[in-house]
Design a protein around this ligand. Structure first.
Ligand code: AHR
Length: 514
């Protein structure tokens, strides 16, 4: 018996496929030099890197949000359509880069077919709005026979793309967002846009912007205002959260401890937004829940970005026209440690434990930019430490999610008080009778021994005799086919292009007993 026990499972909900989504933004080298690099040895006939496509499939991504992010709020979707040589080159105000428009929705649709992923499209509510959203919808999903749908056909895509999930803007509460709005302004805009989009296609699934983080001054008020006003047209509200080790330069144990417990913040975030959505339903006498789309989550060393932005501004000097507008610059290329992978695993566990309300999620982002996959210019692609917890869940978390009762020693954090050292989730597919147990040790100082009792899974207990020869966990009929651990004695160890397999999952010794 270890010092931690995991058992007594409570069913949460079926695991939605879209929980394993990701995010591709026109930002730095996510698109250009990430998914697309014509001239790369692995580039296919469309210029897409096949080595990256292979890793995307290996990661198990189901749905990809596109094209932003902050980028979308000053983007003209039409710029990325039609013959490439005629597409305009523009300045992107969000990331201060030059956008060549070599890739647009048509190209991304082709990429998605190759990657085997659904697309979730975001529309520009910053410099544009309702009209541009309706035009884009007609272009993307329209049956041939109308002007914009026929333009798509002429551009080589005869069939409607059938994009179901649409985000109405991005982080419109954030003062950094081009065209940002007050809660009332956005509530008005989203209500009208969602109404019109559903007139065009009633089967769409529409996502309103929620707060950019749980620490925004309007957090809560924003959700209540927006969801109450537009309740009848909305299916999802977005949530975004990034975490980083504030002490990664000083390496203090206390700061690391707090970072490892970051999922506590995500839990509060989810509970608060779900409560706001419930209030909006009640106010509208509705009978349907607005779900959460956690469409940006992950570890992001955002202080590094803030320093970079400040350095640019200083370097730009006083003169007009001297600011840099680089093409596909190296931006937000965080290299993740073993500790970062623990946090991402813990965030994934949190999403699964709340999948009754979180019905879609996108880990931000996919390639090069705060990403699990890195692609060297004209060189190899490799997996970051954070690749592994995502891939494990995406491939094996099927059927229903169960939140276990966990008895574990407590660890103290400044931000969240005393929290359990160990967190876990269980999934179980009753049909295939296959399951997954994801466990994370959030204790920065100690290892913990864990005992797992799966006897409360439906159809598992009571068949123990059949499984004797295979080995049992907690007296139930379960055979362990595969057990792995992601660990490094140096919690700051990373993978790199030169040493891509420094931190990888290793076989885990498990004792099965009756
Ligand atoms: O993912 C990076 C950025 O983070 C996105 O563009 C924005 O939506 C968020 O602030």
């Amino acid at each position: 018996m270890g010092d931690t026990t995991i058992g007594s499972l409570r069913r949460v909900a079926d695991v939605p496929e879209r929980l394993f989504g990701s995010f591709v933004e026109h930002l730095g080298r996510c698109v250009y030099g990430g998914i697309y690099e014509p001239g790369h040895p692995s580039a296919d006939e469309d210029g897409f890197r096949e080595d990256v496509l292979d890793l995307v499939r290996e990661l198990g991504v189901t749905c990809v949000r596109y094209p932003g992010g902050n980028f979308v709020s000053n983007y003209n979707w039409e710029d990325g359509t039609g013959p490439r040589e005629q597409r305009p080159v523009r300045r992107d105000l969000a990331w201060h880069q030059t956008e060549t428009n070599e890739i647009g929705i048509d190209d991304f649709h082709r990429w998605s077919l190759k990657a085997g992923t659904e697309i979730m499209l975001a529309v520009n509510m910053g410099t544009r709005g309702l009209k541009a959203a309706l035009d884009e919808l007609e272009y993307v999903n329209g049956a041939p026979g109308t002007e914009l749908a026929d333009r798509r056909v002429a551009n080589g895509i005869p069939e409607p793309m059938d994009v179901r999930m649409w985000c109405i803007g991005n982080e419109m509460d954030g003062p950094w967002q081009v065209g940002h709005m007050t809660p009332d302004e956005y509530a008005d805009a989203v209500e009208k846009t969602a109404h019109a989009m559903k007139l065009a296609e009633s089967g769409l699934e529409l996502v309103a912007c929620g707060s950019s983080s749980a620490h925004m001054p309007t957090f809560g008020t924003w959700e209540r205002t927006v969801l109450t006003r537009a309740y009848q047209y909305l299916d999802f509200v977005s949530a975004h959260a990034y975490y980083f080790d504030h002490g990664h330069k000083t390496r203090s144990r206390e700061q690391m401890q707090e970072f490892l417990a970051a999922a506590e913040d995500m839990t509060t975030f989810i509970d608060t937004v779900a409560a706001c959505a419930d209030k909006a339903r009640e106010a509208n006498h509705g009978d349907r829940d607005i779900a959460l789309s956690f469409d940006e989550w992950g570890v992001w060393y955002s202080d590094a970005w803030n320093e970079q932005e400040a350095a640019w501004k200083a370097a730009a000097g006083e003169g007009l026209h001297h600011e840099p507008w680089p093409k596909a610059p190296h931006l937000l290329e965080d290299v993740y440690s073993a500790a970062d992978a623990v946090v991402e695993g813990s965030l994934m566990i949190t999403l699964l434990k709340h999948c009754d309300r979180v019905r879609s999620a996108s880990r931000a982002q996919l390639v090069n930019v705060i990403a699990p996959i890195m692609a060297e210019p004209n060189g190899p692609a490799w997996r970051q430490t954070t690749f592994y917890p995502f891939a494990e869940a995406a491939h094996h978390a099927k059927g229903d999610a169960y939140a276990p009762q966990i008895d574990s020693p407590l660890i103290h954090t400044e931000a969240y008080g005393d929290v359990k050292a160990v967190d876990a989730v269980v999934t179980w597919d009753g049909e295939s009778r296959e399951g997954l147990v994801l466990i994370v040790n959030r204790d920065a100082s100690h290892a913990h021994d864990v005992s797992i009792d799966l006897s409360s899974l439906p159809g598992v207990a009571g068949e123990a005799s059949e499984a004797k020869a295979e080995g049992e966990i907690g007296g139930a009929c379960v055979k362990v086919t595969h057990a792995e651990i992601l660990h490094d004695d140096d919690i700051y160890r990373t993978n790199t292009a030169a040493e891509p397999d420094a931190v990888t999952p290793q076989p885990l010794d498990m004792t099965a007993n009756g």
